[in-house]
Design a protein around this ligand. Structure first.
Ligand SMILES: [Fe+2]
Length: 330
């Protein structure tokens, strides 16, 4: 019975949820996961509404003026976010070891884009999780989402260290897959925190986006996510309802950080990366996913310590609930 259920979930998930259409699949999955994780959903919303300041203090006070996301995004080029210098330092070691070596197979989905992060890096390079769980990063993300988030454990992976490289692209010259405009629907709402690990210019194939209000207007006009509508949209289609001048390329020196509501803003990236692009991608989501991926995909596990703050624990473990705090208090 369980195997049938798993197969059905995968079928509904495949080809960007084309069987029922994205919006219908999201409603169904959201209802299912909402029941499954009702305690955790309620707890994370209540803690956000009543204890966010206390949780942030316990996790470590803000070290910079609070970042505020507006119109679905915020850019920080201050280079002052905690642990960022160590992230950049460690990134150089990873790039030296793994950069420029193709790991995707020929003909693979998104051959131009590879995630070189390994689970062992979580322990080897603690700077990444320290940055991802710092109050300066979690505060604006929580404020945008309206609840205490968790790191995504299936798709997309909560932590990705990605290289985009035109040399790996099996279909160069014609944008395809995530090189085309789309809005992420796997878990809505969700926020990406993107960190440029090397200086990035147009030739690196930057992550490129349309702010929230303009994206939502375009999505409504194009009936995006409706059944039989494609998930990936061409420039021609998007620019039939959007002024291309509104599109923003995430081109900045190394260390720039973009907070972006990827589940509300149209985006694409990795187009013709003739200069390889190296980027850290952190995916913050709710525990109530809007897909069925947890039913058939193996879930990432993030290392957690007994001494971690409640905020950090909630980020690293989506299953945590009130009973865990009560046990600790004894
Ligand atoms: Fe995306």
């Amino acid at each position: 019975m369980e195997a049938i259920f798993r197969r059905l979930a995968k079928r509904l998930h495949d080809n960007h949820s084309s069987t029922l259409g994205i919006a219908n699949t999201m409603r169904l999955a959201g209802a299912y996961n909402g029941v499954r994780f009702r305690r955790q959903v309620k707890m994370r919303r209540e803690l956000y509404q009543t204890q966010l300041s206390a949780l942030v203090e316990e996790n470590g006070p803000l070290t910079c003026p609070p970042i505020e996301m507006k119109d679905g995004c915020a850019l920080d080029t201050s280079m002052r976010l905690p642990y960022l210098d160590r992230v950049l330092e460690d990134s150089e070691k990873i790039i030296a070891e793994r950069g420029g070596k193709r790991t995707t197979s020929t003909g693979a989905y998104r051959s131009y884009f590879q995630d070189v992060w390994t689970p062992a890096d979580l322990e080897k390079y603690p700077s990444f999780l320290d940055f991802a769980t710092s109050s300066d990063v979690l505060y604006p993300v929580s404020r945008c989402l309206g609840f205490i988030p968790t790191l995504s454990t299936t798709t997309p992976n909560g932590i990705r260290f990605v290289e985009s490289n035109a040399e790996f692209d099996d279909r160069p010259g014609k944008p395809h897959d995530s090189q085309l405009h789309h809005i992420d629907f796997y878990t809505v709402p969700s926020v990406y925190v993107l960190v440029l690990l090397r200086d990035t210019v147009h030739e690196n194939g930057p992550w490129t986006y349309l702010p929230r209000a303009a994206s939502q207007k375009a999505a409504a006009e194009l009936k995006y996510w409706s059944r039989k509508r494609p998930f990936r949209l061409s420039d021609e289609l998007v620019y039939s309802v959007v002024d291309p001048k509104q599109i923003i390329e995430f081109c900045h020196p190394r260390g720039a950080v973009l907070f972006i509501e990827s589940s509300a803003c149209f985006h694409y990236g990795s187009r013709n990366s003739v200069k390889p692009r190296f980027q850290l991608m952190l995916a913050y989501t709710g525990v109530r996913r809007t897909d069925f991926s947890e039913l058939f995909m193996e879930q990432n596990v993030f290392p957690m310590r007994e001494t971690d703050s409640r905020l950090r624990k909630m980020l690293l473990n989506k299953n945590i609930d009130r009973a865990d705090w009560l046990v600790q208090k004894k």
